[in-house]
Write a protein that binds this ligand. Sequence first.
Ligand code: SF4
Length: 64
Amino acid sequence: MSDAQQQKPNSPSAGLCADCLNARRTESAHGSVFILCELSLTDPNFPKYPRLPVLTCDGYQKKP
Ligand code: SF4
């Protein structure tokens, strides 16, 4: 069986964070991808590491 579950940084499984201006991607040594929400640095209403996929978010700003 092939492994089709690899997560790509731009994977749609990140939901809105995948193309949000406030998202910073980080990758662990094991290849897991985390999204750091930069809004969390100034606004405690946003989690530092949002639980993916994020489907609705007030801070979402689409990348140009
Ligand atoms: S603002 Fe929302 S959509 Fe954007 S990175 Fe943070 S949690 Fe994700």
